[in-house]
Design a protein around this ligand. Sequence first.
Ligand SMILES: Nc1ncnc2c1ncn2[C@@H]1O[C@H](COP(=O)(O)OP(=O)(O)OP(=O)(O)O)[C@@H](O)[C@H]1O
Ligand SMILES: [Mg+2]
Length: 251
Amino acid sequence: MATETTTSSAFVQGRGLSKSFGHVRALQDVDIDINEGEILAICGDNGAGKSTLTKILSGVHQPDKGELHVQGQAVRISDPHRARELGIATVFQNLALVDVRDVASNLFLGREPVRWRFFVDRRKMLADAQKVISDLRVNIPSLTVEAGQLSGGQRQSIAIGRATSQNGRIIIMDEPTAALGVKESRKVLDLILRLKADGNGVVVISHNMRHVFSVADRILVLRRGRLVGVKHKGETTPDEIVKMIVGVDIL
Ligand SMILES: Nc1ncnc2c1ncn2[C@@H]1O[C@H](COP(=O)(O)OP(=O)(O)OP(=O)(O)O)[C@@H](O)[C@H]1O
Ligand SMILES: [Mg+2]
């Protein structure tokens, strides 16, 4: 039953979230709390429902069942634009950068500052882009280099910069380190820690237990669309999380 307010202080609260695609039950009755100033990792095997959950939170999919509250208010997150209005920004698994456009354009894709109604204000866009890049302290050769020429870690940073500059108080990242080497992963993990230090809530999906344990405060595990449990990092081990992911019963 939808209520006007909730007692939880979580910035985002999902309850009983379910989603099917045809016969596939991608998500069944999942609860999630996302807090500001905290990093929540979502773990689970391939097909466990991680991306589906983040897509519900970011307005890409509508849940078949369940409730969402943001800052205590019952909400319907109809699309990603609405999610951003509510303070939820997402870096999707495939990043969606346009390779043939430069860093600044990618940072402001679809919301470029305009002059005289419809001319892109390049100068303002470059100044704004410079601020985003400096705030994140990421290393980019130039704002005018095409995204296609950047390394995996730099591309990830641009996608994260786009999310943080969109009023994101909760930043959701779907496998931000999956395609990265050791050094680049470290940079992205540092960036995630800085976002937390700035007071943002971060949701990170990862298959990498070392990455999860190096940044997460809490770890949520999904298996076959169901919530297995949520653990504080201090009260669990990578071994236990892996058992939760694969199902202790089959070990
Ligand atoms: N748009 C869709 N149409 C049909 N089935 C889908 C769709 N999106 C997800 N599914 C199915 O829902 C289930 C959960 O998928 P999801 O992408 O959420 O998994 P995941 O945990 O993100 O996996 P991975 O680690 O491989 O990214 C899978 O069985 C998947 O095939
Ligand atoms: Mg996924």
